[in-house]
Design a protein around this ligand. Structure first.
Ligand SMILES: [Fe+2]
Ligand SMILES: [Fe+2]
Length: 190
């Protein structure tokens, strides 16, 4: 299946604003792929399809995950929307015929991150945060960093923003996000 066919199917399954977001993530992922030396086609497909499981209502996500025997943490059960990322890998395979494990892994880790993130995983995570339709405090700084600083420095900023946002809402911090942030910091000399 080529990327144009994927776009047609995705557009018919998502609400217009969600589809526009996916196109924004695809375009941003391509820009970041060029900047950080990542395969542009993998970045484009992962960016486009990262939210493909958003076609399901939030209240159906856990059941759809259980149907596919996906691993669900306590935090995911409390905040089922998080499962649209790992469920997205299953939908990318089933509906969009994607079997490239690098692309599937980037879709799985786009919301909370994870240990051992590849450069592709990182740029899809970032593209999801900074694509043109997004609006949040501190976004201009993050966009600028993404175009000027090294990838891991930008990721630390992105994780910091995300963790602070979740803390302010009083939600639990997903251990995968903490693991991803710690891993980058541990690889660095302080
Ligand atoms: Fe998402
Ligand atoms: Fe997204």
């Amino acid at each position: 299946m080529d990327i144009n066919q994927m776009q047609t199917i995705l557009q018919s399954n998502l609400k217009p604003n969600r589809y526009a977001h996916c196109l924004g993530v695809m375009d941003t992922a391509i820009i970041l792929a060029k900047r950080f030396g990542v395969d542009e086609e993998q970045a484009a497909i992962a960016g486009l399809l990262h939210d493909c499981a958003r076609e399901f209502a939030t209240e159906d996500l856990i059941a759809e995950c259980e149907k596919r025997h996906l691993y669900i943490t306590d935090i995911d059960r409390q905040l089922p929307i998080l499962m649209h990322a790992p469920l997205g890998t299953a939908i990318a395979k089933e509906k969009y015929d994607v079997h490239d494990t690098a692309i599937l892994k980037a879709i799985a880790s786009h919301t909370v991150g994870g240990a051992n993130m590849s450069k592709l995983d990182k740029i899809v995570y970032l593209a999801d945060m900074i694509e043109p339709h997004r609006k949040f405090e501190g976004l201009d700084k993050l966009r600028k960093q993404a175009m000027t600083q090294d990838l891991d420095t930008v990721m630390i900023s992105a994780f910091d923003q995300s963790i602070l946002f979740i803390m302010r809402k009083g939600h639990t911090i997903h251990p995968y996000t903490v693991a991803a942030r710690n891993e980058i910091l541990l690889q660095r000399e302080l």
